[in-house]
Design a protein around this ligand. Structure first.
Ligand SMILES: NC(=O)c1ccc[n+]([C@@H]2O[C@H](COP(=O)([O-])OP(=O)(O)OC[C@H]3O[C@@H](n4cnc5c(N)ncnc54)[C@H](O)[C@@H]3O)[C@@H](O)[C@H]2O)c1
Length: 254
């Protein structure tokens, strides 16, 4: 018996890192999957891996900034599997970094478009589908940045990701009466492509590692297990939360 037997789950930002680990775990737990991200080849490889292990995944590459892509991903879940129970809106970008006085209008807009507006487009269509079957679980990937901890040079990222916490609360309040739970997962630093982009020197990696009470960064699989909790009925009374999975980073003060 898997914890997601009979469920259909959609993951946006599934081609690498946290999203990929979550797709693999969800498949092992019995969910049928719809997977999206920018890179078709990575998605095809992941679908083949899931299929070889006995799971089922439909994939479609696209850009979460495009509302039509959000609509199409949800439609794919309904066409292929007849319903949608779980949605993990995980696609994200660090966006334009550097002193805020130099951030371009385009860099600011792009960061918010991927991290905040893209997640909203996803949820808008996913919730529309979930309302037809009496409920579901929507999860956003936020971050500790801009919530418990701030860094210079990451204003657009912090603003977009803390915006997701407000969005989580708004949607949880609006659709709770119809059985839809909405939560945000807030990872600490996790060993992924984005982590290596954000911390591109040994000194930077050592600094960020030291901020965590556990004195290590997380593995994508550790985040996937927390997302599974928020997706499954184990969290049936959990909604509207900012769920820290951060190795104790938030209790550490430098
Ligand atoms: N790695 C960390 O330390 C860390 C910490 C806190 C939060 N996060 C968040 O976790 C999420 C996953 O990131 P990750 O660390 O696994 O990195 P990653 O780079 O491995 O994964 C990012 C995913 O988002 C997708 N994506 C990015 N822009 C997209 C777009 N415009 N349209 C469609 N898909 C797009 C990518 O294709 C990829 O699948 C992100 O939202 C990130 O902000 C990561």
């Amino acid at each position: 018996m898997g914890r997601l037997d009979g469920k259909v789950a959609l993951i946006a930002g599934a081609s690498s890192g946290i999203g990929r680990a979550t797709a693999t775990l969800f498949a092992r737990e019995g969910a049928k999957l719809v997977l999206g991200a920018r890179r078709q080849a990575e998605l095809d490889a992941l679908a083949a891996e899931i299929g070889a292990a006995g799971g089922t995944a439909a994939v479609l590459a696209g850009d979460v900034r495009d509302e039509d892509y959000a609509r199409t991903l949800t439609a794919l879940a309904l066409d292929r599997f007849g319903r949608l129970d779980i949605a993990f809106n995980n696609a994200g970008t660090l966006g334009e970094k550097g002193p805020s006085t130099g951030v371009s209008a385009q860099g600011w807009a792009d960061t918010l478009a991927v991290n905040l507006t893209g997640a909203f487009f996803g949820a808008k269509h996913q919730i529309g589908a979930m309302l037809k079957t009496g409920g579901g679980s929507v999860i956003f990937t936020s971050t500790f940045v801009g919530y418990t901890t701030a860094f210079p040079g990451l204003a657009a990222y912090a603003a977009s990701k803390s915006g997701l916490i407000g969005l989580t609360q708004a949607l949880a309040s609006e659709f709770g009466p119809q059985g839809i739970r909405v939560n945000a997962v807030l990872p600490g630093a996790v060993e992924t492509e984005m982590y290596r982009e954000a911390n591109d020197t040994p000194e930077a990696q050592s600094f960020i590692t030291g901020l965590h009470a556990l004195k290590r960064v997380g593995a994508p699989e550790e985040l996937a297990r927390s997302v599974l909790y928020l997706a499954s009925d184990d969290s049936s009374f959990v909604s509207g939360t900012a769920h820290l999975v951060d190795g104790g980073l938030s209790i550490t003060r430098t």
